[in-house]
Design a protein around this ligand. Structure first.
Ligand code: ADP
Length: 190
């Protein structure tokens, strides 16, 4: 049905946003006004694939990690699923590849850019308690190499940019983007 690609710096809050998006989408799907097909919302992440943050320490280990993510994504994409891919997804060419795979299946797509400053990413990275802290030099390197998404590129579009200062995600526009508003209009009584 749809693919939602999350992108952003390491430890910028991507997983937190992925969960927020899933909660909103689940709520929409359970709403009595929803008239579309039965769908499930799934999150795919490095963590779920047991890809450790040290995989990003060098390109030799990063490549197979990206391959594993792509394979899992292809396996989980489908007409009955809204799949949220929660990973760095920082390479433009990789986002293009994901876009092509989704388009082949005629899935709807959007990109969510989770924005935090480099300083905050560093701070949150160091404070992590979940064993998913990136090595300081890896974090610096990934931030430096980060390829920012652009709404001008069709593979990043539509693009939703969420700054760290926002408490919540733009749930309704994301819902519209992935379902084309597959919802009955409210009964106005006219
Ligand atoms: P990512 O998926 O980008 O690696 P996470 O969502 O796992 O990031 O968050 C990384 C760490 O930063 C977590 O410990 C989380 O609690 C913290 N964090 C994320 N967003 C915020 C925020 N807006 N304010 C404070 N801490 C945050």
């Amino acid at each position: 049905m749809a693919l939602i690609t999350i992108t952003g710096y390491p430890s910028s809050g991507k997983s937190r946003r992925a969960v927020q998006i899933k909660e909103h989408l689940d709520k929409h799907l359970q709403d009595s006004t929803y008239a579309g097909p039965s769908l499930k919302v799934s999150i795919l992440s490095d963590e779920l694939l047991n890809i450790e943050t040290k995989a990003y320490n060098d390109s030799r280990s990063e490549k197979p990690a990206r391959g594993a993510l792509f394979t899992a994504m292809q396996r989980q994409m489908g007409q009955d699923t809204i799949l949220i891919v929660d990973s760095l997804n920082y390479i433009k060419g990789f986002r293009y590849q994901m876009y092509c795979a989704a388009r082949e299946l005629k899935l709807r797509m959007c990109t969510v850019y989770v924005v935090a400053t480099p300083e905050l990413s560093k701070e949150w990275n160091e404070a992590r308690q979940d064993g998913r802290t990136y090595a300081p030099e890896t974090l610096a390197n990934l931030i430096q190499r980060y390829e920012e998404p652009s709404s001008m590129d069709r593979w990043d579009s539509p693009l939703f940019t969420i700054p760290w200062t926002d408490d919540d995600v733009p749930a309704d526009p994301i819902w519209q983007a992935v379902t084309a508003g597959n919802v009955k209009p409210p009964n106005t009584g006219t």
